[in-house]
Design a protein around this ligand. Structure first.
Ligand SMILES: [Zn+2]
Length: 347
C-alpha cells in the first residue's frame, strides 16, 4: 500500500508562504494515540510544494476533526466497536434520525449524535446497538418501551419501518431454511455443484444483477441465465459462481429450489397473468453493489446478460436444448458441471 499519496491540488492561501498558490492535499498512513492506545489511521494534510522548510505541512482546523474521527474509528475497529459510519448505517436500516435512535434505546437525545461525531461508546452501549441491529424484535420492544418519547405519528412511522424489517428478515430466514433443506445432499463440493457450496449472498447478488440488466426477466429465463453464469465461471475458473445444482428439465437446466430462490431479498416477484397462465416477472428490489463481485465475475455476468438480453424465454430454452450438457443427460438427471466444458460460444 502506498503510505502517502496525493488526493488533489488546491489553489489557496498558503499559511506557510503567505500567498495564494497551488497546494497538495495528501493522505498518509500515520499513528495516533486514542485512549492510551496507539492506532494506525489515515490522516489528511496539506503540503506546500514551494517551501524548503522542514515545516511545509499543516492540517487546517476543519480537517483536524475529520482526522480525529478517523483515528477514533480506527480505535473502535480495533476494539470491535461500531465505527461512526456503522452507527449511521444501523440508523438508516430502520430509517431513524440520530435523536430517534437515541430515544428508541432510552438514551439522552444527543447520545447517538455524539457517537457519530466525537465520543467513543463503551461496550455496553455498543452491545445495545448491536442487539437493535441484529434482532429487529429487540428494536421493536425498545421502541414500544420508549413510546412516550415520540409523537404518535412518528412512533407509527418508525414502528412500521421496524415491523417491515421483522417481516422481511423472518421470511428470508424461512426461505434459507427451505433452500438448505433441498440442498442437504449437496453440501460437499462435487461436480454437481461445480465444486462450490451454495453461497446465498452471491446467489442473491447475481439474481439482483440480472434483474437490473436484463429487461423482461421471467422465471424460466432467469434460471437459464444462472446456469450460463455458473457454467461459464466453471469453464474459466474450475468452480461455479453460486453453488446451485441444476437438473435436466423439459425447459432446460433448472436449479434445485428454483421456486424458492426468486424470493431472495435482492429482487421482487410480480405475478402476471399472460394467456391465462401465471408468469413470474423478476424486477430489482435493491441497488446492486458492484463490490459484491470480483472482476472475473462481473465479466462473466456481463457476457451472459449481453448475450441473452433480448432473448424471449422460449428462445433461450431452445438455445439451451442444443447444449451438449443437455443432450447428454437424461430427463430429471443432475447436470454435472464437467459436461459444461463444451459450452456453445456465447456471442
Ligand atoms: Zn506555500
Amino acid at each position: 500500500m502506498n503510505k502517502d499519496y496525493l488526493i488533489e491540488k488546491i489553489e489557496m492561501d498558503c499559511p506557510i508562504c503567505n500567498k495564494v498558490h497551488s497546494l497538495e492535499m495528501r493522505k498518509r498512513l500515520t499513528q495516533g494515540l486514542v485512549k492510551g492506545e496507539v492506532v494506525d489511521y489515515e490522516e489528511v494534510y496539506y503540503l506546500c510544494p514551494l517551501s524548503n522548510e522542514e515545516e511545509n505541512k499543516f492540517v487546517p482546523a476543519g480537517l483536524m476533526d475529520e482526522n480525529l474521527l478517523r483515528a477514533r474509528d480506527a480505535y473502535r475497529s480495533k476494539k470491535g466497536l461500531f465505527t461512526s459510519k456503522e452507527i449511521a448505517k444501523i440508523r438508516d436500516f430502520y430509517g431513524l434520525a440520530q435523536s430517534d435512535f437515541s430515544a428508541m434505546l432510552g438514551w439522552g437525545d444527543v447520545t447517538v449524535t455524539r457517537y457519530e461525531s466525537k465520543t467513543i461508546q463503551d461496550e455496553t452501549y455498543n452491545n445495545i446497538m448491536r442487539m437493535a441491529y441484529e434482532n429487529s424484535m429487540f428494536a421493536l420492544e425498545s421502541l414500544d418501551k420508549h413510546k412516550d418519547r415520540f409523537t404518535s405519528e412518528k412512533y407509527k412511522r418508525i414502528r412500521k419501518n421496524i415491523t417491515d424489517k421483522v417481516e422481511e428478515l423472518g421470511k428470508l430466514y424461512l426461505k434459507k431454511q427451505e433452500i438448505n433443506s433441498l440442498y442437504v445432499n449437496y453440501q460437499e463440493e462435487s461436480e454437481y455443484n461445480g465444486y462450490k457450496q451454495l453461497d446465498f449472498k452471491k446467489l442473491a447478488s447475481v439474481i439482483g444483477y440480472f434483474s437490473h440488466f436484463v429487461n423482461n426477466l421471467y422465471k424460466v429465463k432467469l434460471m437459464k441465465l444462472l446456469w450460463y453464469a455458473d457454467v461459464l465461471h466453471f469453464r474459466r475458473h474450475g468452480r461455479s459462481m453460486t453453488g446451485l445444482v441444476y437438473k435436466h428439465m423439459p425447459y432446460g437446466a433448472l436449479p434445485i429450489a428454483y421456486d424458492e430462490i426468486i424470493y431472495l431479498p435482492t429482487v421482487k416477484v410480480i405475478e402476471e397473468i399472460i394467456y391465462e397462465d401465471i408468469s413470474y416477472k423478476i424486477v430489482p428490489n435493491k441497488e446492486i453493489n458492484v463490490s459484491d463481485f470480483s472482476l472475473e465475475e462481473l465479466s462473466i455476468l456481463e457476457t451472459v446478460a449481453t448475450a441473452f438480453k433480448d432473448y424471449r424465454s422460449k428462445e433461450i430454452v431452445d438455445y439451451m436444448h442444443e447444449e451438449k450438457a443437455y443432450l447428454e443427460t437424461e430427463a430429471y438427471q443432475i447436470i454435472p458441471f464437467n459436461l459444461a466444458k463444451e459450452l456453445k460460444e456465447l456471442r
